[in-house]
Design a protein around this ligand. Sequence first.
Ligand SMILES: [Zn+2]
Length: 176
Amino acid sequence: MQWRHSTPLGSPAAGRLADGVRLPPAGRAIFTWDPVLRRSPNRPWRRWGTDRLVRIVLRVARADQAAHPRGPRLGIGDLSRPHGGDFGPRFGYIGHASHQNGLDVDVYYPRADRRERAPRYASQIDRRRSQELVDRFLAAGAVAIFVGPNTGLTGPPGVVMPLVNHDNHLHVRIGP
Ligand SMILES: [Zn+2]
């Protein structure tokens, strides 16, 4: 893990990432998941963020693991590309409209059956632990969190927002 001070440039939907940091493929509290190949770990070029985002992800995952020591590790999906920029459909599946400047991360809801892989449907998630995760990311400084309309997850209006295609993961955005 090589730490350095990163700089997000532009905006999440039209930006770049300078001096990004790569999230490890796995750890004591996390596994990573490739949403296109549907396997773990996620490919290295999909795991870059600002140092602050990577620290927040690891810190929230450790707290989550400490609260659920017998549960599965937290599944982390795409962050940004090594230098940010377009992360649209040409990078697989439906792609991302944002995830361009190292401030966005997708986090899979923990599965009720404890398997370490992405859920497919909201009905498969551990809802209580997922709500705790939303709360932990808010406390850690998230400025926007998108959750699936069928998950029942809640938070402050205008910060925690329902969005289609988010019934199997939450999208967390931090400030610059
Ligand atoms: Zn996302």
